[in-house]
Design a protein around this ligand. Structure first.
Ligand SMILES: [Zn+2]
Length: 445
């Protein structure tokens, strides 16, 4: 048994001084700040003590594309960033996770490699709807689908028919559908492909708007819970607010790159900023922050989606040819803390966006996402005042090629505990062998 003593422990949606008591990998209680009698206490002063973050949107790419990223590197980056659980997306690995066999390959690959805990989303693609029941029985928390070309032939877009077939099955299993919500309305990249504005105009807000309209209609018909991944178009917020007011089971995430950057600042050829849907203008960015404030956007995930630098730079600055996806694993906490504070948010908001609500999305809220007695002792010690510049020497992802490089941020992870064990410290790095577990949800029967 030991305690972590701080003036700022975030629990029960508030901040208070205390001693977080950890016993056999679980949180036991929070003692008063001046309690004496615990043999071992780590006093972290004024550093924040918060729950380990749960990032439900990462592409780890193993097996099959481990030269892009991998379980070992991704989970190190996570631990160093205060993330104690990653939920891996079903695409960009080979095979894609649309069958039980593919899921089992991922579970196997995780053994002895993961520095933090892992879970896996299944995938919905046309022609594989028959696998949804079996994957559900294996404990995936839900299924990801694309409503537009994913860029990968083996992960084809779901048309309305496929969505209609799959949503009742997912609902019956008590799970949720995660949707990449863009519909191709036929816009094309016109003008120089190195100019960001031209790329942006080729994927306008309407693409997201039409996709989300269709999803809302299907949720109303099927009652299948739907989660909108990486919302980038603020024009969709009103419609989402109405759908929620109607009682439809819809949740929404956005990502740090949409909340930090704006299209105006992206210079010609800087394809490290390319992602889909695209980063939009500054007014849109502020409207997304308002969406968080209003509670229409529930959570913030990274959508860490790296590849080899050659693919990211394919075409030498051509936004049409470069691989889409932003690498940011391990950076979300300082980025969000830096930007959220400027807009009047508190650490309790960040914990909601990146730990509690994301744990619930991954069906792991019975284990994670809060500093609450009985839950796993996944804990982060975070110095909210330390200023530093993001540089490749402090990144553990496989390819430290990220648009966040060079940014000055405030706040740094000092230590990360997984089930009560210290798995990372700023001072000593990674003190132990990888001991992360696969946390699929218990089968329904
Ligand atoms: Zn993604």
């Amino acid at each position: 048994m030991f305690g972590i003593k701080s003036t700022r422990i975030v629990a029960n949606h508030s901040v208070a001084p205390g001693i977080l008591v950890i016993d056999r990998g679980r949180i036991q209680t929070i003692f008063p700040y001046h309690f004496e009698g615990l043999e071992r206490v780590e006093d972290v002063g004024e550093a924040w003590v918060i729950p380990g973050l749960v990032d439900p949107h990462v592409h780890i790419n193993e097996p099959g594309n481990t030269e892009w990223e991998g379980i070992a590197s991704a989970t190190k980056a996570a631990a160093a960033g205060g993330v104690t659980t990653l939920v891996d997306m079903p695409l960009n690995s080979i095979p894609v996770t649309t069958s039980v066999e593919a899921l089992q390959q991922k579970v196997k690959a995780a053994q002895g490699q993961a520095m933090v805990d892992l879970s896996f989303w299944g995938g919905v693609v046309p022609g594989e709807v028959k696998n949804l029941d079996d994957l559900s029985a294996q404990g995936v928390p839900g299924f990801k689908t694309f409503m537009i070309d994913s860029g990968l032939p083996e992960f084809a877009a779901s048309d309305e028919k496929t969505l209609r077939e799959s949503m009742p099955i997912i609902a019956k299993n008590g799970l949720k559908l995660l949707a990449h919500a863009e519909l191709d309305l036929g816009h094309k990249l016109a003008g120089s492909p190195a100019v960001y504005e031209n790329f942006l105009n080729s994927r306008p807000q309407e693409w997201e708007y039409e996709a989300i309209s269709l999803l809302i209609k299907l949720v109303r018909e099927t009652r299948c819970p739907v989660h909108i991944v990486h919302l980038a178009a603020a024009s969709c917020l009103e419609m989402l607010a109405e759908a929620r007011a109607e009682g439809l089971p819809i949740t929404v995430e956005t990502c740090p790159h949409y909340l930090v950057f704006s299209s105006e600042q992206i210079a010609a050829g800087q394809t490290q900023f390319k992602c889909c849907p695209p980063i939009r203008d500054a007014a849109n960015r502020e409207a997304l922050w308002q969406g968080l404030r209003d509670g229409i956007i529930d959570m913030v995930t990274t959508d860490h989606s790296p590849c080899v630098p050659a693919l990211k730079q394919k075409g030498g600055g051509d936004f049409g040819q470069a691989w889409g996806g932003i690498a940011s694993l391990g950076l979300a906490l300082p980025l969000m803390w830096t930007e959220a504070q400027k807009r009047g948010f508190e650490m309790t908001d960040i914990v909601k966006w990146m730990a509690s609500d994301t744990a619930r999305l991954a069906s792991l809220d019975n284990l994670k996402g809060a500093l609450q007695p009985g839950l796993l002792a996944d804990v982060v010690v975070f110095d909210g005042d330390q200023e530093w510049t993001i540089g490749s020497e402090s990144l553990y992802m496989r390819h430290p090629f990220t648009p966040f490089e060079g940014m000055k941020v405030k706040g740094r992870v000092l230590a990360t505990y997984l089930s009560g064990e210290k798995v990372y410290s700023l001072q000593d790095g990674f003190p132990g062998a990888p001991n992360g577990k696969v946390r699929l949800i218990a089968p329904a029967k």
